[in-house]
Design a binder for this molecule. Sequence first.
Ligand code: GLY
Length: 393
Amino acid sequence: MKNVNFVSLTLGFASLMTACKPGIIAQKNNTAVSTEKLLETRYKMLLDYPVDSMSMPRSMNLKTNEIRKVPSKDWTSGFFAGNLWQLYRLTGDSRYKEQAQKWTPFSKKESVNSNSHDVGFKVFCSFGEALKVENKKEYEAVIIKGAETLCTRFNPKVGSIRSWDFNKEIWDYPVIIDNMMNLELLFEASKISGNPKYRDVAIKHANTTLKNQFRDDNSCYHVIDYNPTTGAVRKKTTLQGYNDDSVWARGQAWAVYGFTMSYRYTKDSAYLNQAEGTAHFFMAHKNLPEDGIPYWDLKDPGIPNSPRDVSAAMVMASALYELYTYTQNQSYLAFADKLMASVQSDKYILSTAINAPFLLDHSTGNWPKHDEIDEPIIYADYYFLEALLRKRS
Ligand code: GLY
């Protein structure tokens, strides 16, 4: 693991380069500021953010200082409540729980919105987190309703849940690697309800993804387009990567997380093998920077001047902590620890001078669309907090 010995912190008037003890990242007037203190300051900013039933904070443009707020139909709408629930579990401070209880209903209506596969992200990252803290039937009901809705997008001929309905002139039946993340809602809904239907759909989707979404080197494509009548693969392509043959960093992380999580529920060794294969591919990639935080696409020709994607790193870290529990492979633990040490530094923690409900800087949302480049994005925080909880347990 790389030790963070020299770091800088801009303190209004000066940028200091300070030789530090581990855990100490900056000094001003001989006052040591620990990473823990910086994070605690940032955590509290989530409590200050006013509850707004119309919009959820998604990301922040640091050039204009504008917070991007989204309605519940946005795929990220469950993360803010999820972050508050996780902060409650991390700190034991009941103020996070009170705020989480206010935000959780925000994404409830998405449990009946069948317009995209993202019902899993929206419902499970909010209500699923709520259920870990409070054993309430009403949370379970939303999860089961969401699973029912997600299953309406399953085509048995393809053996997959359709991801998106847009770009109909280009794709007939697009399935993206991110969709693996939505299976947790299905597996959990079967556990809660005793109805095997959701789990069966999840397994069929995972098997189809396993068959078609990966290259020989275990990296994955972003989008597979199917013929919905025959189930045949039409195209292997991308929307958020550099090009069809590139390695979109967050996609690799979704794959490792998705197949590790699917192994948790099924104990199917094929899922574990795929998670390990993609993890090894990622961890050994020649274009990974020294601190492990990947460029947004590992094959962007602009490397080393390309933006990083902290969100990809945090999804991967959280996945690797779980993968370690099934394999006892120390390299997963070491790599996850390295990612977590890297982001817990002033380079990646969002400056405490910025009052906004985010923790980490330097994520990249959608590079081809020039959207959310190198800025704080809410799902990086969600998987960071999840990884902290997994690391602690
Ligand atoms: N669709 C989720 C993502 O941008 O990774």
